[in-house]
Design a protein around this ligand. Structure first.
Ligand code: SER
Length: 599
């Protein structure tokens, strides 16, 4: 069955059961600072689950392009891990719950995709002693049994496997997942092998229901949602792999034209054929992801989404080098052609995508050449000193020249330099230290465009605005994004409806009162737990999770976790005016504010 046919069947199945087909969103979610990328179809629907916005219908369905990079190192190495993928999703927003969702999943899999029940296994949330706040979901296990699944095939797993949430805070709940048993020959053959095992035997094909029951408001607080919802998601590539009877997602019709082209252009084999196939698969995944990211407006850079794109391209170039393939931009057309029926917007962007890939690849190759020269020089020194290569030195080359560690090690070995025994542990340690340092640096930069006095004033005004909004509209208000220039502030937040004139005047009045009172702005360094105990607003928790954080207080008016910098006193900022207020979709509002200096 062709992939697009699977997609069509899924959509038709749910549409004919009263689900409304909703459009896809970009890979870069708008105004959601908790996420770099759209990692699931539910990302666009969070405010529906929270009851902050009314959905267009209480049953929804779509296909959503997604990107996840947590397992980027595994891509190519197993049959199933991808960075970019398409997710088939269906939702009940306060409509049917566990029984309805499980029955729909069973019906679709067994009667529409013709899976035979003996090949299907499911997992459910069996409770987890580390998370006593959330009880086991015994109900799901019972429902699966009632509809006829063999009880041996119903496996209880813990929080890591069967509790789903996107980001540190937000709607979440226990999940039940369907696995396809590919047979013992694909497995690790361990006695403990079952769904959830990392080997290739049990392939998760559908998260058939995240039962959205809670709003996670902090690390250990799960509050009940106003109503229960269901969020499901199935990877199109994995369904295609099973239904097309292939051994990996890379052998499906979603990849074959691309992997064939890579194979054709590759000029050298790589030691063993299996290695070569892994490299081809990695290139295919990373190039497909890059094409979609660039088409959604991401350009390679050293931060956030741009950094991930750069990493994908560089990893692809590295793999391409090893199989003698240069010029990755030659692969763009194959992706565009293969996806044009479903993503027609790609074609118009083909030239731009090729150009960006070409430039990035060229820049990287230049860096490699410079790095190699430096390696030769350093090798001479090392030979005279008789010292092996250390992990810290490898790290230096990854940072300064952007070289992949494997390449650095290989080049030094070519120069007859011995690698230190602990080189990999040392490298890991150096990476960890660097991450911690850059997190602390990042934390103090806090998202400001520049450090001029006006920007600092707007930053302090943002804290006043945040608190004034909560005082006026209620505690459900929280920041989802902020952008400051030296001329204005922009503030995005959760609130279900437009602000009235009266509310706007009240907010301005509250802020200007705080400015007139000339309140002192102070900060203390605390751990996130201490900050939370003090009731500080902290909606960007995971950015700040490591080490100490700053908690800024403005008089007794506002307490907020933030990197600063801020004014010393509020009286220094001038009069605050809300210049514009508008909706930015999904229960989110945006305010523009200015400071009049001549007060
Ligand atoms: N959001 C859930 C997941 O990604 C179901 O789609 O698995």
């Amino acid at each position: 069955m062709k992939s697009r046919e699977i997609e069509k069947k899924f959509i038709q199945f749910f549409v004919s059961r009263k689900h409304l087909l909703i459009p896809q969103i970009s890979l870069v979610p708008e105004n959601d600072p908790t996420l770099l990328f759209t990692s699931a179809g539910m990302v666009a629907l969070k405010s529906y689950f929270l009851g902050l916005e009314k959905p267009p219908h209480n049953r929804l369905v779509n296909v959503q392009r997604c990107l996840r990079t947590t397992d980027i190192n595994k891509v190519g190495q197993n049959a199933r891990t991808l960075s970019f993928f398409e997710m088939l999703g269906s939702w009940s927003i306060g409509d049917y719950f566990k029984e309805g969702a499980i029955k729909l999943a069973w019906q679709f899999l067994t009667t529409h995709l013709n899976f035979s029940p003996e090949n299907l296994w499911v997992s459910y949330f069996a409770g987890d002693s580390d998370y006593p706040q959330v009880p086991a979901d015994k109900e799901s296990a019972k429902i699966w049994q009632e509809i006829g699944l063999d009880s041996d095939h119903i496996v209880g797993l813990g929080y890591q496997d069967n509790f789903w949430q996107s980001g540190e805070i937000g709607p979440c709940g226990p999940s039940t997942e369907v696995y396809f048993d590919r047979g013992e020959s694909f497995g690790c053959k361990e006695k403990t092998c079952r769904p959830g095992c990392d080997c290739d035997r049990f392939l998760e094909i559908w998260n058939a229901g995240v039962f959205m029951q809670y709003n996670r408001t902090s690390q250990d607080q799960y509050q009940p949602l106003p109503f229960n919802s269901v969020d499901t998601g199935a990877g199109l590539e994995r369904l295609a792999m099973v239904l097309q009877k292939k051994n990996s997602v890379f052998e499906t019709d979603l990849f074959i034209p691309l992997t064939n082209q890579i194979n054709k252009l590759a000029s050298i084999g790589s030691g063993q054929e299996a290695d070569k196939q892994q490299l081809i698969n990695r290139i295919a995944d990373h190039i497909r992801a890059s094409v979609f990211l660039i088409a959604d407006g991401v350009v390679p850079s050293n931060q956030e989404q741009g950094y991930i794109l750069r990493r994908l391209i560089r990893r692809a170039v590295d793999a391409a080098d090893r199989i003698g393939l240069s010029d990755l931009s030659q692969l763009v057309s194959v992706v565009v052609v293969n996806y044009q029926s479903a993503y027609s917007y790609l074609a118009g962007q083909e030239d731009k995508i090729k150009q960006i890939l070409l430039t990035e690849e060229g820049g990287f190759r230049k860096a490699i050449r410079r790095g190699k020269k430096k390696i030769i020089l350093m090798s001479e020194e090392k030979k005279t000193q008789g010292k092996p290569l250390s992990g810290q030195e490898v790290f230096y080359f990854t940072q300064t020249f952007g070289l992949p560690p494997e390449l650095v090690k290989k080049e030094f070995s070519k120069q007859a330099i011995v690698l230190n025994k602990n080189i990999d542990q040392e490298l890991l340690q150096a990476q960890k230290e660097h991450q911690q340092k850059s997190r602390s640096d990042q934390k103090f930069k806090g998202g400001l465009a520049d450090n001029s006095d006006r920007v600092v004033a707007y930053h302090t005004a943002t804290h006043l605005l945040h608190q004034a909004l909560r005082t006026t509209l209620g505690d459900h208000v929280h920041q989802t994004g902020s952008n400051i220039t030296s001329h204005r502030l922009r503030f995005d937040f959760i609130h279900p409806k437009a602000l009235t004139k009266e509310e706007i005047s009240k907010i301005e009045k509250i802020i200007n009162e705080q400015i007139k009172a000339n309140l002192p702005v102070t900060y203390r360094e605390k751990t996130i737990e201490e900050a939370k105990k003090d009731g500080a607003l902290a909606f960007f928790e995971d950015r700040y999770r490591q080490g100490k954080i700053r908690v800024y207080k403005i008089g007794d008016f506002s307490v907020e976790v933030c990197g600063g910098p801020h004014l010393k006193r509020t009286g220094l900022m001038g009069k605050f005016i809300i210049s514009k207020e508008k909706s930015i979709g999904s229960g989110k509002r945006r305010i523009y504010g200015i400071l009049e200096e001549d007060q």
